[in-house]
Design a protein around this ligand. Structure first.
Ligand SMILES: [Mn+2]
Length: 316
């Protein structure tokens, strides 16, 4: 932390990079850091490879979010990756990172190989907590905008302060952010309590596709690529769909398939109590945590389902 603080004080011109398929933690943390750097009189640009989820698009009022393609310049004094668990997770932004020797990694994934010249990696609930600590160390005042951004980072990575990573430290940070003006009701309304009509219809479609196996201990559902166009939904609208299957009483393993443009399926796994879905995902070109993981299946739907259920049964 001390090393990063010194670096930030000494450098003038920063690039901040988030991870692909950007979520509330990478966007909230990255933009909060950007605003903090600006308030120290530095120049900074935030880049992510991928579309900002619609429910977070309002944050673009706080500062511009660039893609690797739209990034207005290529050279920076220092590059900081935030919430990026390995180099490949920067997508096309990795080229901007690799072009610079003066790199910093700030991340909360225990698996991070420490790929920066300087690394600040701690396995806490959200990268937002590390940025919060850094901002406090830098004695940057927490404005209402910084508070909103960090609150979004903390709440999205803790399942709105409900997962087991919700510790006292995170709740304390959330309290300080609230005091600093974080508009919790409006954040929660946008992030958790509002969805487009197409996304709502998609919930219905995924429930129509529900299948149960292993005496109701395995629940599976899917969305096909034609469902998106038919219902006016977007791939990002599938993110929460696995929860409906996971929440069915008696289910231990939930599986969700989303068909991509190339016909292949991106698969998500969740387990409730004991099943190890990290090792399950490893059988499907993926990985993750014991209770939440993901991978790919490159087979027609029915074959994919059969293989997935067979593999899942072995984890019960
Ligand atoms: Mn994160």
């Amino acid at each position: 932390m001390q090393e990063i603080e010194t670096k930030i004080r000494n450098e003038q011109d920063f690039l901040i990079i988030g991870h692909i398929s950007p979520d509330g933690d990478t966007i909230g943390s990255g933009m909060a850091l950007l605003l903090a750097l600006k308030s120290l009189g530095k120049s900074a640009i935030f880049v992510v490879d991928g579309k900002v989820p619609e429910k977070l698009a309002f944050l673009e009022q706080y500062a511009p979010i660039y893609t690797p393609e739209s990034c207005p310049k290529q050279e920076f004094g220092c590059v900081i990756a935030v919430d990026v668990s390995d180099k490949g997770r920067m997508g096309k932004a990795q080229a901007l990172f690799d072009a610079n020797d003066n790199t910093v990694v700030i991340d909360h994934h225990g698996t991070n190989p420490a790929f920066g010249a300087v690394n600040y990696i701690e396995t806490v609930g959200a990268a937002g907590l590390l940025i919060y600590q850094l901002i406090q160390k830098l004695q940057v005042p927490i404005t209402k905008q910084i508070a909103d951004l960090l609150y979004i980072a903390l709440c999205t990575d803790t399942g709105n302060f409900s997962y087991s990573n919700t510790d006292a430290e995170i709740l304390h940070a959330a309290a300080v952010l609230r005091e600093a003006g974080a508009d919790i009701p409006s954040i929660i309304e946008r992030v958790y309590k509002e969805r487009r009509l197409g996304a709502t219809r998609l919930i219905g479609r995924s429930l129509e596709h529900l299948r149960l196996a292993a005496d109701g201990k395995i629940a599976l559902s899917y969305i096909l690529k034609e469902d998106f166009a038919e219902l006016g939904a977007l791939p990002e609208d599938t993110e929460e769909l696995i929860n409906y299957t996971r929440e069915i009483k008696g289910v231990e393993i939930a599986i969700f398939l989303r068909q991509g443009d190339d016909e292949h399926f991106k698969v998500s796994f969740r387990s409730k109590k004991y099943a190890d879905v990290a090792s399950l995902a490893a059988e499907f070109e993926g990985g993750g945590h014991i209770h939440a993981s993901g991978g790919y299946v490159r087979q027609p739907l029915e074959q994919a389902i059969e293989r997935l259920i067979e593999a899942a049964e072995k984890k019960l």
